[in-house]
Design a protein around this ligand. Structure first.
Ligand code: HAM
Length: 418
């Protein structure tokens, strides 16, 4: 027998049933983000490997062990994008977006790739929705970013969320703190786990990521970023917190919060969901004021986040609520009726679809009863029953059924959709 294939480890197919929930998540995001002025951008699935080494940072797990890197036929090193921020900053510089009105507010959705050990909520190809607001240093931009993410998660009904907030201080003032932390880690080096010992000289903040209990104990007494904020950094963080408070968003300040990417400066945040277990973060992000300059652009402050679509689905147990209430019309007809009824049905279907209404009909020659069953299965909100010289409209929610003029019904659904 011929060999059968399976989707590669850590990847999965999205079958039509699963695509429905994902579609709802993406549409909710598109609605909320476009209302707040974020315009969509798409970048390639792969980029120059150096973009991620420089952008994401040499000390990160992503660069050290998780990138899908390959050489193309011209011997250029390319990498499947493990995240979206560095590519978008690359695009910002490449297209001279600093000349556009600032901040440039962008949103994106798509697949990302990390060679991680697969487990629930962790895949090698996963999907993110994200935003980047580039060109504003104001705490208002941080607060707005967090507020729209909170709005999206609330709209989708993700429960049991905690917003963790921290600040790493700006790159300029952080050096003192990093020196202080490095000295602390050097003093305690023999108590640190192997991975942290290897990496802390590249970026001492990585020590806060450690999973092993012994290192975590060392880190409990380590000087923490939020506790060492001074001057403008402290003020910036206070304002972000005040603005979130004004928007009614609750948060906890997490003294040891750090993130897995090196580009962050000042505000960082993470939405965690207790139901998710080990991979508890649904989404997160922060400010990355130095990244665009590091990628050859003018000094440009920026803030953004990404959420994992799979993590949202896990948190919702696969049940994404429908908030759009778009009607779906199913046109049912008696198979024994004259051919003219089928013609009328096709013409109505076409008219409804052109008018922006979701419409379906039986394509298999089912009997009326099983057409109704099918209409129910696909989630039709209304069934228009066509007979030889009459028609009825059935409301699938109330079960109400009444005689109608079918073309009037078609027109009224199109009117509602406009
Ligand atoms: P990140 O924290 O690496 O940040 O990823 C953001 C989200 O992507 C995570 O919270 C998680 O939901 C999801 N995610 C990450 N890795 C996986 C995986 N292996 N499997 C499933 N889901 C995953 C970033 O990527 C930054 N670019 C966010 C950002 C935007 N910061 C500023 N702007």
């Amino acid at each position: 027998m011929a060999r059968r294939f399976k989707a590669p480890r850590g990847t999965f197919d999205i079958l039509p049933d699963q695509a429905t929930g994902r579609g709802r998540i993406e549409r909710a995001a598109a609605r909320i983000l476009s209302r707040a002025g974020y315009r969509s951008i798409a970048t390639p699935a792969f980029e120059d490997t150096d973009l991620f080494i420089r952008g994401v940072g040499k000390s990160t797990d992503i660069v050290q062990k998780e990138m899908f890197t390959f050489s193309d036929k011209g011997d250029r090193s390319l990498t499947l994008r493990p995240e979206g921020t560095a590519p978008i900053c690359r695009a910002y510089v490449e297209h001279g977006m600093h000349k556009w009105p600032q901040p440039v507010k962008l949103s994106y959705v798509g697949p990302f790739f990390r060679h991680e050990r697969p487990q629930a909520g962790r895949y090698r190809q996963f999907h993110q929705i994200g935003i980047e607001a580039i060109g504003s240093e104001s705490p208002l931009a941080d607060a707005e970013a967090i507020i729209v993410l909170s709005e999206l998660l609330n709209e989708l009904g993700v429960a049991g969320l905690t917003l963790r907030l921290g600040s790493l201080g700006s790159a300029a003032s952080r050096q003192d703190y990093l020196d202080q932390l490095s000295r602390y880690l050097t003093r305690n080096e023999d108590r640190l786990g192997e991975a942290v010992r290897r990496r802390f000289r590249l970026n001492p903040l990585r020590a806060f990521d450690a999973k092993d209990e012994q290192t975590r104990e060392v880190m409990r007494d380590a000087p923490a970023p939020v506790e060492t904020l001074v001057g403008e950094d402290a003020l910036h963080f206070e304002e972000v917190k005040d603005l979130l408070g004004a928007a009614g968003i609750s948060y906890v300040v997490d003294r040891t919060l750090v993130r897995g990417l090196d580009y962050y400066a000042r505000t960082i945040f993470s939405f965690e969901c207790e139901a998710l277990g080990a991979q508890s973060e649904v989404g997160g992000g922060g400010r990355y004021d130095g990244l665009i300059e590091q990628l050859g652009g003018p000094p440009t402050p920026a803030v953004g986040w990404a959420v994992g679509i799979e993590r949202i689905l896990l948190a919702l147990d696969g049940e994404v609520p429908e908030r759009e209430h778009r009607p779906i019309i199913f046109i049912a007809y008696d198979q024994d009726a004259p051919f003219a009824v089928k013609e009328q049905m096709v013409s109505m279907l076409n008219r409804l679809r052109l008018g922006g209404v979701d419409a379906e009909a039986d394509l298999k020659g089912r009997g009326l009863k099983s057409q109704l069953k099918h209409a129910n299965r696909i989630g039709a909100s209304h069934v228009l029953l066509l007979a030889d010289r009459s028609a009825e409209l059935k409301d699938m929610e109330t079960g109400d059924q009444r005689p109608v003029d079918p073309w009037e019904v078609v027109q009224s659904f199109i009117g509602d959709a406009a």
